[in-house]
Design a protein around this ligand. Structure first.
Ligand SMILES: Cc1cc2nc3c(=O)[nH]c(=O)nc-3n(C[C@H](O)[C@H](O)[C@H](O)COP(=O)(O)OP(=O)(O)OC[C@H]3O[C@@H](n4cnc5c(N)ncnc54)[C@H](O)[C@@H]3O)c2cc1C
Length: 300
């Protein structure tokens, strides 16, 4: 039920509220739900959309350029040579400063002559690793960026949000139609948070480390060095990986991934971002549960 108020506000009476209102979620704030974790203190990310023929120079659809300072993620975003080039800058730079520095930085990223590119868009943003203390509080539920934020290297943000929403829609439908108890939503909350903490968070931090060669490259700003900020924000647990010893491990992984079977088994691991196919099996048609499970790659 809803009715109009003056000044274009609409009041809606509803039994449930799903906050899908992004990283600065009003629903999360108004519900008093803590947003736990940390914001990377020593860098901001810049995402640019740029026209340049990267594929002429052997770039594939998704490329990691690995370096402690001039790292970049280069990804094709359309079929007419529009590419996303994302890289890191010092925190606190204004948009003008970022644009002024851009030609110098692009010299490191653009193959070939490195000239004749057109920047369509450039935005900077703070990278976070944060998760709401709970995704469900009574009849209020959080999904997507409202529930969690991760640095975008590896592209797990939208993915994780979609994997919240699919099972939530099925669970909420079952609860509202009286086919499942309310406690199913607590189960959803617990399992989705577990997926985020154990998969999305860890994988995205690891992707960031790999792109930046954390600790085993030249790292004058100490992006990965443990310091007071790291200690205060509980980041130290993740920084242990950023040491020279992992270089060998990374190189071994890179070699292993040349074998297609190993790529398949990596894909299986990525499914850890999703709830198990049978997480609410007792309230679903067994055929549907089976078909959902059959869609997933098997472990090899
Ligand atoms: C540069 C960059 C690159 C990224 N790349 C990837 C990638 O490659 N792969 C990936 O998986 N993810 C990526 N992400 C993350 C991805 O963009 C987000 O995880 C995703 O958009 C979150 O979706 P959402 O619907 O939860 O929130 P949002 O997309 O933020 O949508 C929230 C919506 O709620 C609306 N809203 C907010 N407050 C109110 C209000 N009070 N009333 C009404 N409406 C409101 C907003 O206007 C907005 O439309 C990237 C993010 C960035 C910044």
């Amino acid at each position: 039920m809803h009715h109009s108020e003056p000044n274009d506000q609409e009041i809606i009476d509803a039994s449930w509220l799903v906050g899908a209102d992004g990283g600065r979620s009003t629903v999360r704030a108004e519900s008093g739900i803590a947003f736990e974790g940390f914001t990377w203190p020593k860098e901001e990310f810049v995402a640019t959309n740029v026209y340049y023929p990267f594929d002429k120079y052997g770039f594939t659809n998704r490329n990691f350029m690995i370096d402690s300072i001039n790292w970049a993620i280069v990804a094709k975003i359309s079929n007419d040579d529009l590419w996303r080039v994302a890289y890191g800058v010092k925190p606190g730079m204004t948009k003008d400063q970022i644009l002024e520095e851009l030609p110098q930085r692009f010299k490191n990223f653009l193959p070939g002559p490195g000239e004749g590119y057109t920047v369509k868009q450039a935005n900077s943003y703070r990278p976070h690793q944060r998760c709401a203390a709970r995704f469900r509080k009574g009849h209020v539920i959080l999904v997507g960026d409202a529930a969690h934020l991760n640095n975008p290297i590896g592209g797990l943000g939208l993915t994780t949000g979609i994997l919240d929403a699919g099972p939530l829609a099925r669970a909420l439908t079952a609860v509202i139609s009286g086919n499942a108890p309310d406690s199913l939503l607590d189960r959803w909350d617990e399992l989705r948070r577990k997926c985020w903490h154990e998969q999305t968070n860890k994988q995205s931090i690891e992707f960031k480390r790999i792109a930046q060669q954390g600790g085993h490259g030249q790292d004058p700003d100490g992006i990965w060095k443990s310091d007071d900020v790291a200690e205060k924000n509980g980041m130290t647990a993740y920084l242990v990986n950023a040491n020279p010893d992992v270089k060998e491990k990374d190189e071994a992984l890179y070699k292993a991934l040349q074998v297609p079977e190993n790529q398949r088994s990596m894909r299986h691991r990525v499914w850890g971002l999703a709830l198990p196919a049978d997480w609410m099996a007792e309230y679903e048609d067994p055929d549907v549960v089976k078909r959902r499970g059959d869609l997933r790659p098997v472990e090899i």
